[in-house]
Design a protein around this ligand. Structure first.
Ligand SMILES: O=C(O)CCC(=O)C(=O)O
Ligand SMILES: [Fe+2]
Length: 214
């Protein structure tokens, strides 16, 4: 009876199915409609308010217990989001993230138990050199998630492209992704090297995070 109930309760989600198919086929997914336009606006406002409070810190490399700040590698400033003290914007963000996680765990047995997310601001001239999102002796990050919160009139020539380095039958190819507002990129943290190219115009805004096994 219980089992029957669970089978009826599972509703296929076309958006999540598309994300899963793309990640299986190409190790990444780019989604334009993960959040609604209003949600993107609310999240962007939340980032801007917190950034104005001057609580962002220079981003480090290495994990949280072993971090160093190296501006020649990355120049963004970040603020970790505490899921136990969320505002309305962060609440709606985590509602969607949690729904994705529960879907992934049900359909792909990914075993995602933890997550971590931060706001990020890349001031003009900053970048994040080519890297992998996993650390030595720490392979808990499974999927990387980025949502861009730039202004609606963000142009391709403002820089700040995310470049994924893909393998095409042994040959490396670049997948260039522009940080247009609302765009979400999800990719395999342990496989895809990537970089953020220098930002040439004002500042580049985003939320970045990781779905982790423990
Ligand atoms: O903002 C992006 O497009 C990617 C950021 C990134 O690679 C990171 O924070 O590890
Ligand atoms: Fe990264």
């Amino acid at each position: 009876m219980n089992q029957l109930f669970e089978e009826i309760a599972f509703v296929e989600n076309p958006l999540y199915e598309r994300i899963i198919e793309d990640i299986i086929a190409q190790k990444y997914a780019v989604v334009e409609d993960f959040f609604t336009e209003e949600e993107v606006q609310v999240l962007r406002q939340s980032l801007i308010e917190k950034h104005e409070e001057d609580v962002f810190k220079k981003a480090a490399i290495g994990n949280r217990v072993n971090e160093v700040i190296v501006k020649s590698i990355r120049g963004d400033v970040i603020l970790w989001i505490d899921e136990t003290h969320t505002n309305t914007a962060e609440n709606l963000f985590f509602t969607k993230i949690n729904s994705l996680i529960s879907y992934l765990n049900k359909t792909c047995f990914l075993g995602i138990l933890r997550k971590e997310f931060h706001y990020a601001v890349y001031p003009q001239g900053t970048f994040y050199k080519r890297h992998l999102d996993t650390f030595q002796n720490d392979d808990r990050r499974k999927l990387s998630f980025v949502c861009y919160l730039n202004e609606a009139d963000w142009l391709a020539d403002y820089g700040g492209e995310l470049v994924l380095y893909l393998d095409a039958n042994g040959k490396e190819v670049e997948k260039v992704i522009y940080p247009y507002p609302g765009r979400v990129v999800i990719f395999e943290s342990q496989i895809l090297e990537h970089e953020v190219r220098p930002v040439t115009n004002s500042q580049r805004l985003s939320i970045t995070g990781w779905l982790k096994t423990r």
